[in-house]
Design a protein around this ligand. Sequence first.
Ligand SMILES: *[C@@H]1O[C@H](CO)[C@@H](O)[C@H](O)[C@H]1NC(C)=O
Ligand SMILES: *[C@@H]1O[C@H](CO)[C@@H](O)[C@H](O)[C@H]1NC(C)=O
Ligand SMILES: *[C@@H]1O[C@H](CO)[C@@H](O)[C@H](O)[C@H]1NC(C)=O
Ligand SMILES: *[C@@H]1O[C@H](CO)[C@@H](O)[C@H](O)[C@H]1NC(C)=O
Ligand SMILES: *[C@@H]1O[C@H](CO)[C@@H](O)[C@H](O)[C@H]1NC(C)=O
Ligand SMILES: *[C@@H]1O[C@H](CO)[C@@H](O)[C@H](O)[C@H]1NC(C)=O
Ligand SMILES: *[C@@H]1O[C@H](CO)[C@@H](O)[C@H](O)[C@H]1NC(C)=O
Ligand SMILES: *[C@@H]1O[C@H](CO)[C@@H](O)[C@H](O)[C@H]1NC(C)=O
Ligand SMILES: *[C@@H]1O[C@H](CO)[C@@H](O)[C@H](O)[C@H]1NC(C)=O
Ligand SMILES: *[C@@H]1O[C@H](CO)[C@@H](O)[C@H](O)[C@H]1NC(C)=O
Ligand SMILES: *[C@@H]1O[C@H](CO)[C@@H](O)[C@H](O)[C@H]1NC(C)=O
Ligand SMILES: *[C@@H]1O[C@H](CO)[C@@H](O)[C@H](O)[C@H]1NC(C)=O
Length: 836
Amino acid sequence: MCSPFFLKAVLLLAILIQMNAAGSSSNLLTDHVALLKIKSRITGDPHGVFKSWNDSLPLCMWRGVTCGRRHQRVTSLNLTGESLEGTLSPFLGNLSFLRSIVLDDNLFYGSIPPEISRLSRLQEVSFSNNSFTGEIPANVSSCSKLRVINLFSNKLSGKIPNIFSSLQMLKLLRLNINNFTGGIPPSIGNLTYLETLYLSENPLGGRILNTFSQLKELRELGLAGNGHVGAFPLFYSNLSMLQILSISQNQLHGNLPTNLCFSQPHLTILAINLNHLSGSLPQSISNCSELEIFEASDNYFKGGIKIDFGKLQKLQHLGLGPNNFESNPVDFKNLFDSLSNCSNLETLGLAKSQLIGVFPNSLGNFSSKLNYIGLLANYVSGSLPSSLGNLFGLAEINLVQNNFTGMIPESIGKLQNMEKLYLAYNAFSGVIPPSIGNLSFLYDLALGANKLEGTIPSTLSSCKKLICLGLYENNFRGSVPTEIFQLSSLSVSLDLSENNLSGTIPQEIGNLKMLGYLDLSENHLSGEIPSSLGSCISLQTLNISRNFFHGSMPEALGSLRGLEYLQDICKKWILPTYLQEMDLKFLDLSYNNFEGEVSVKGVFSNTTMILINGNSRLCAGIPELHLPKCKSNDSKRSTRKLSIRVVVAITLASTVVGLALVSFLLFYICVKRKINKPSDAQSTKSLEKISYGILFKATEGFSLNNLIGMGSFASVYKGILDESGFTVAIKVLKLYHQGGLGVLWPKYGLGNEVSTSGDIYSYGILLLEMMTGKNLSIQCLKKILDPLLLNEDVGEKGLITLVKIGVQCTSESPKDRMDIGTIVHELFLVTAATRS
Ligand SMILES: *[C@@H]1O[C@H](CO)[C@@H](O)[C@H](O)[C@H]1NC(C)=O
Ligand SMILES: *[C@@H]1O[C@H](CO)[C@@H](O)[C@H](O)[C@H]1NC(C)=O
Ligand SMILES: *[C@@H]1O[C@H](CO)[C@@H](O)[C@H](O)[C@H]1NC(C)=O
Ligand SMILES: *[C@@H]1O[C@H](CO)[C@@H](O)[C@H](O)[C@H]1NC(C)=O
Ligand SMILES: *[C@@H]1O[C@H](CO)[C@@H](O)[C@H](O)[C@H]1NC(C)=O
Ligand SMILES: *[C@@H]1O[C@H](CO)[C@@H](O)[C@H](O)[C@H]1NC(C)=O
Ligand SMILES: *[C@@H]1O[C@H](CO)[C@@H](O)[C@H](O)[C@H]1NC(C)=O
Ligand SMILES: *[C@@H]1O[C@H](CO)[C@@H](O)[C@H](O)[C@H]1NC(C)=O
Ligand SMILES: *[C@@H]1O[C@H](CO)[C@@H](O)[C@H](O)[C@H]1NC(C)=O
Ligand SMILES: *[C@@H]1O[C@H](CO)[C@@H](O)[C@H](O)[C@H]1NC(C)=O
Ligand SMILES: *[C@@H]1O[C@H](CO)[C@@H](O)[C@H](O)[C@H]1NC(C)=O
Ligand SMILES: *[C@@H]1O[C@H](CO)[C@@H](O)[C@H](O)[C@H]1NC(C)=O
């Protein structure tokens, strides 16, 4: 039996023999030691890269290691994308023949060891997408052969050292997405071989230096999101090889040079959006014949758009709005005529650009690749040409807030890829063509505030992905097709208010279990309010005011514990006491014939949260309401007739966050409606407590037989209380469902208190459900998401971001969930990116 010591000794001997054979004596041993030291700092190696770094293999055969043929010394180290975790050993500096070290896409942290500067043969350093911190060691200036420095997406900070005068060979310098400060180091201007320079997304500040005019070979220049001030860089006209210029999201001001594209024949990407640039867009942009992406939105450009885009045959993305163009009808016609020549155009963003003109017939000649057209908030008139149906690539049209008239063409039904159709706030007339039912991918339809009439087509129920339907402020008449209330996909909003709709609300409304916002107000609806409305357990806003409902207010409504806004539900009714127990943020009961004792609790505790005027027979309440005292039979009556039959297991958090979530869904996914919201108040009231045991018994152990409703947020069970014999509705937030939301759902919050991370969780689930069109459980979540995330074809960056938000919001541990500020920021970026 060989002892381990003996084995090691033999191996060492073998190495020494090998070294002698190579004739490079102790230096190979130095490499050997250095590599083992590098290995020793790695704490995570999920792919087992370092298994092969053992003494039974010559080091030149170790995974990721390459040696020079003659000297058998390590010349390159490439450990890309191995998810390695650890720090980088200073022994790296002893691999003195190293020419290339590539560690992209790993989890290295800690600082870049300054010993790297000893590698005088080094040509390439690529550490992108890691978590390196600290500064770039200034003495790498001695690595004068460096051609590539790629450190993007790390956590490096401090000033970028001004060392580039001695790195004359540099061709690529990527320092983007770090935390560098202190401006652009002037010596970069000396890198006459530089082809690629990205410093984007660092809080650098300062001006863009004009010394860059010597960078004759520069092809890609990225300075976006650096907080730069000053004017559009003068050196630009000297960079005749330039293919990509991105200076988006800075604070640059002043005009663009009029000769913008005269000396840039190779330009493919020009991104100058999100600055303070002004003046007019130079006509010379027509000379950038290679341009694929031109993004100039969110500036202060004015003076019309006089560019002949028809010459830009490769144009794919054009983002010009918001700006202050004040284009006249002639410019507008020319713009659209010239764009119809761009056979590769995919997205056209012209929102908020002060465009005046008539929508041209030439639209039908646009590229069939056109995916998005955005004209939000302009002064465009005319009607939608029937040739619109040719543009079968369209996934989103946003014409909200213009002066469109005429009918929505029947041919719209040909746009099979349509997902978002926003035509609200125009003067469209006529009926909704039944062909709309062909749009099977449609998930957001906004036709509100037009002059549409006729009945609501029942074919809409074929739009099985619809999550948001806005038909408010039109002249629709007749009854609402029952099929609409079977569209269980509707999760964000159903707004049919301010029409002439008649008939009753069918029982089927109870199918809308995911719906958050329901507005049927100001119609001629009649009959009784169906008790099934109580099954719409995700409702946060309910407005059915100004109709002709009669009968009683269904007690089942008391189970809608998520409800925050409720507007006068029906007429002639004794004020139900369960209202005070609900987490309402606003209650409008004005001008009804309510009678009975007003509580001092819950929503009734604060005059800013209720409207109760025009109800002459109410009494008591808080003094600020100035109501009369109750006569003795008033109060008896209310206690006798209004026994509470709603017991609540857990309340939904009614915090500022809850409100913010609702408003964001409405704002970003639906076309915004003005909602008169009172300011938020933190609800601190306590609720009647009934033991779990009693509830367990009442519901026969939460048995399926007693399950009367189930939605995204909660399940509602029917139960009979032992003592009183009362029938009760018990709402159980799914997340709490861990007795038997095996643990099916992570904890709603920590402890018993309501928590905002719980709401964030729900929001995450909602987002995911919206995107997948599926009801989710944690088990199936991974199955759905994995292919979604891995699918390269998911072209939309936005979708990926949304999925990311969704996933992060649904983290197991509440503290890992995104905070609302981050969500808002992310959503803002998504909308900015997709709208512009
Ligand atoms: C050394 O690496 C080789 C190649 O990966 C592997 O086959 C062998 O099992 C390793 N030996 C040890 C002792 O890990
Ligand atoms: C590094 O290795 C990866 C695959 O492991 C390869 O795709 C990449 O081209 C290599 N990079 C260099 C600079 O050799
Ligand atoms: C290699 O590098 C380390 C740390 O930088 C140093 O301590 C050591 O002396 C160097 N030389 C050899 C032969 O390992
Ligand atoms: C960044 O590196 C991580 C860890 O190796 C990897 O999972 C991820 O895909 C990389 N990201 C990109 C954009 O390459
Ligand atoms: C750079 O600094 C490190 C540590 O301070 C040192 O080990 C190394 O030799 C220096 N490099 C040069 C080229 O002087
Ligand atoms: C960036 O650096 C500043 C100090 O310059 C520090 O306060 C901040 O936390 C850093 N940000 C990140 C994301 O590392
Ligand atoms: C560029 O290099 C020259 C010498 O090679 C030097 O005189 C000059 O100061 C450098 N310029 C900058 C901006 O570093
Ligand atoms: C940059 O271009 C301008 C004219 O376009 C010229 O006057 C100037 O000399 C050029 N600068 C360099 C450094 O080539
Ligand atoms: C720009 O295009 C116009 C025609 O639209 C042409 O007359 C002019 O010569 C071009 N300018 C340059 C510098 O290429
Ligand atoms: C349309 O494109 C062709 C080249 O395909 C070009 O010759 C023509 O001038 C363009 N028309 C307009 C109006 O720009
Ligand atoms: C366009 O619509 C706006 C309201 O959106 C209205 O104020 C304006 O008068 C309309 N202009 C024309 C020319 O119809
Ligand atoms: C009533 O609510 C408002 C906001 O909703 C709040 O500012 C005010 O302090 C509240 N008043 C009382 C007495 O709670």
